[in-house]
Each structure stands twice: as C-alpha cells, then as structure tokens.
Design a protein around this ligand. Structure first.
Ligand code: ZN
Length: 251
C-alpha cells in the first residue's frame, strides 16, 4: 500500500491567527480556475503569510479566480472580502453558512474544514431556536450523525482546517464518538434518579467557572442531553416554562 500524499496540484500552507486555535490551513488548487480554499483571518501576519505563499507559487492575490469557504468563522473567512475585492474571484460557500467538506473520490481525499481535526475535538455551541421555530437546533446530534457518515466514506487522506493531515479517519472518529459517549454517561450518572433543570445539572458537574467557561459548560451539557434524548436515554418535561431532564432507569 502506498502512503497517501497530498496531490501535487494542491499547495498546502498555513497562516497565523490571533485566536487560541492557532494557525489555519489554506489550500491552493493550481490550475483553471486558480482556487483558494479558505481565506484566513483579517490579521496582518496572515495577510503577509498568504501573499508570500502565493508568491512562492508565482501568483499574486489578484490572480485568484475562485475562493471556496468551508465555514463562516473569522479564522477561515476574515480576509475573504478583501481577497475578492482585489481579485474579483468567484466565492463558493454553503448558503446557510454551515460547514462544508470537499471530497474527491478518485483520490479518496477529504478536505474536512473544521469538521474533523486531529488534535482538537469540536464542541458544537448551543444556539437559540431559528426565527419562527420553538426547538433549538441539535448541533451535537447533527455533528455526531455527520461524523458517522464520514466514517463510512472511503478516505485515504483527510486535510483539515487546522493541524496535520489525518491518515486514519475511522480511528479518529471512533475516538471522538467514545469521548462524547463518556461525557454523556458522566452526565447521566450525575443526574441519578432526579428530574433536574439544565442549570442544576451544570452546577453539579462544574463549579467556579468564569462566564465564558460557564457558557461552554452549559453548551456542552445541553448538547449531550439532546443526544441522550434522541437516543431515548433521558426524557425532557416542560412545566411552567421550566424544562427538567430525567434519566431513564434501566429496564
Ligand atoms: Zn477553524
């Protein structure tokens, strides 16, 4: 078996970001149309690194003909408007700014954006219901379903939005699913036999968090409760505008 490598037409480089996530990977597909996957952040060191990377291949920003954006986060698309202004490049992105991955079946190549990263576990954030809706989106549930879908795909090499290439996507996805299962079980154990509000569950699991980490903790707990609900392992009852969760006892 040959070791999977990045195709020669795909020039890979990373640019710095001012965010805790660190540098972001950009991919330049050489040929017609000259295509850049993700733009990087609006940040001087990133602008400089991008200009230099293009120059290394003999291009300028003005030569870009197409810009594909994997998702609408500032580390990936902050520079997009500027690049388009300078080049007139056509922009391709998901209409609802959801995350997209690009798959090349002949080369068994996946450009995974932030969907699958080797060293960082994605933690989808809680969101309010969409306008006109009463239910919140179930982002963790959707993310887990998409991970399972990607696990079934025939992929030799995954090129992510951050960090090094991934050569065993199935092992990594197994690891991620096991991680969330462990978290979910921990929440179930903490709940015991009581009917608790999300806030009560979060307070039992964590204490002394600063506001940002408190929000992340709530986000994580709601995500896992929604997943447990879909799996039939917890029930949710709303009374007087307050929702309480209860673990289903073993049959
Ligand atoms: Zn990112």
């Amino acid at each position: 078996m040959t070791y999977p490598t990045t195709p020669s037409y795909l020039y890979t480089f990373s640019v710095p970001t001012p965010f805790p996530v660190g540098p972001v990977n950009l991919y330049l597909a050489e040929g017609e149309p000259l295509t850049l996957l993700d733009a990087g952040p609006r940040y001087d060191p990133a602008r400089k690194a991008l200009t230099e990377a293009l120059a290394e291949r003999g291009y300028r920003v003005a030569d870009l003909q197409r810009l594909i954006l994997t998702h609408a986060h500032p580390d990936h698309c902050g520079l997009a408007a500027e690049l388009v202004r300078e080049s007139g490049a056509e922009v391709m992105a998901h209409a609802e700014t959801d995350l997209i991955c690009l798959y090349q079946p002949q080369r068994r190549l996946l450009l995974s954006g932030d969907h699958l990263l080797r060293d960082i576990s994605s933690n989808p954030l809680v969101e309010p219901p969409a306008p006109g809706q009463t239910e919140r989106p179930r982002r963790l549930v959707e993310y887990m379903a998409q991970l399972r879908r990607v696990a079934e795909m025939d992929i030799a090499l995954t090129l992510p939005g951050h960090g090094p290439p991934i050569t065993d996507h199935r092992a990594l996805i197994r690891e991620r699913l096991a991680f969330h299962e462990k978290r979910a079980r921990h929440i179930l154990e903490t709940m015991g036999d009581e009917a608790l509000t999300t806030h009560e569950i979060v307070s039992q699991l964590f204490s002394g968090l600063d506001p940002i980490n408190h929000f992340l903790a709530i986000s994580e707990v709601i995500g896992h409760l929604q997943w447990l609900e879909v799996e039939g392992r917890v029930t949710r009852r709303e009374q007087g505008g307050v929702a309480r969760w209860r673990g289903k006892t073993r049959y």
